[in-house]
Design a protein around this ligand. Sequence first.
Ligand SMILES: O[C@@H]1[C@@H](O)[C@H](O[C@@H]2CO[C@@H](O[C@@H]3CO[C@@H](O)[C@H](O)[C@H]3O)[C@H](O)[C@H]2O)OC[C@H]1O
Length: 476
Amino acid sequence: MAYLQVSGTKIVDKDGKEVILRGAGLGGWMNMENFISGYPGCEYQIRAALADVVGQDKSEFFFDKFLEYFFTDADAAFFSSLGLNCIRLPFNYRHFEDDMNPRVLKPEGFKHLDRVIDICAKHGIYTILDLHTAPGGQNTDWHADAGTHIAKFWEHKDFQDRVVWLWEELAQHYRANTWIAGYNPLNEPTDPYQTRLIAFYDRVYAAIRKHDPDHALFLDGNTFASDFSHFGDAETRWKNTAYAIHDYSVFGFPAAPEAYVGSEAQQRRLRRSYEKKREWMDQRGLCVWNGEWGPVYARKEYEGVATDAINEERYKVLKDQLEIYNKDRLSWSIWLYKDIGFQGMVHVSRDTPYMTLFKDFLAKKHRLAIDAWGADDTAVREIYNPLIDLIKREIKPEHQDLYPAPVWKLSDRIGRLSRNILVSEFLVREWAEHFRGKSTEELDIIAKSFAYENCLHRDGLNKVLTDNASLVAQSA
Ligand SMILES: O[C@@H]1[C@@H](O)[C@H](O[C@@H]2CO[C@@H](O[C@@H]3CO[C@@H](O)[C@H](O)[C@H]3O)[C@H](O)[C@H]2O)OC[C@H]1O
């Protein structure tokens, strides 16, 4: 088999035949996330807390089992049965390098990544390797696993050197693997000055190409993969490269300005927001990949009788987005394959040991809206509103919109910082205490909750994806 290549606006195989990559991201796995994997705060915090409570060995055992069960042959078989052909694999740099031992490769980091790439290949599924976290944090959000909203990655050359080093190691390891569709060197950068991102991409491009001239690169735009306005003529230096947008629509979230009915005006808004993100590529005839998109869903335990109606509305957003993408023959990767019930194509059943153990805790997390992304903050809004009002009153309007505005509005910033970082931090230990006294066997059983056989399918979502896959196959 030969490598996939980027050719103009398309991804093609060795015969130059177009390959449209359609699939999902394996978020919450080698980069665990609060709302996906079901804990508060950041991965590095819960790993440290669990080691404090059950000891280093048992903690490592639990996380290793979690990684093993989270994706197995059964997941790949199900995924390919839907007609999908690509999985984006987000991973945390900490699997490969220790902050206290920088630039020393941890070979054990490859254990699960290699395993899943091979399982996917066996089922005819391409993979895209996505570095979802970088030392210091490449963006302002929780999924960069930095524990802060200041993206220090852009301010410390040494953090950037380490990522360049890591990609050299990864490129050497994976250079011969043709089932890897390509490398996505940095998820959702937020560089407030814009220019440091381009300089970094120049460096990482050269470093990867030194060892691997063949794999395609998928480069995210700035500001959560939404903004290429400062890329200038950089594409002239980067061969075999596609450009990644993340096309989340506000209509897919509880914060939607109105119910989505698919009106002409709403469809225009969907299209406009998508087209704006890909403008730079379209002006230059470059290949676009939508590396993340997709609504979140209501849950019976929280949204009660309104659940089904809300979700039907979200499936409509999904369908309308796909219709836009299909006209452009766009390659995409929906967020998310598996989680505990908010967004995933499959989700851990509520009667599994993990969900039972954390039932009350998860309800409390939801009440406090500490997973700020996509959260309904109605129950706690009155707590934070006075702070928002204070800033609006005391700070000059021209100083209120701090980067990453306009993606983050003032109220988003306060919500995210106060709930996602501050309040969450207080809950980390409480999460870990649930494991106190558990034996190795019990930890294994809890981790196994994430195995495919213990998951339910989100049928509405999967049906839209399958219908779309056959529709596109017919039009190919
Ligand atoms: O790990 C993922 C992460 O990559 C992803 O990041 C968020 C993407 O969306 C950003 O906000 C959206 C910007 O566009 C508006 O139209 C949407 O309404 C916003 O949601 C957000 O700031 C990023 O953190 O999100 C999910 C994570 O699991």
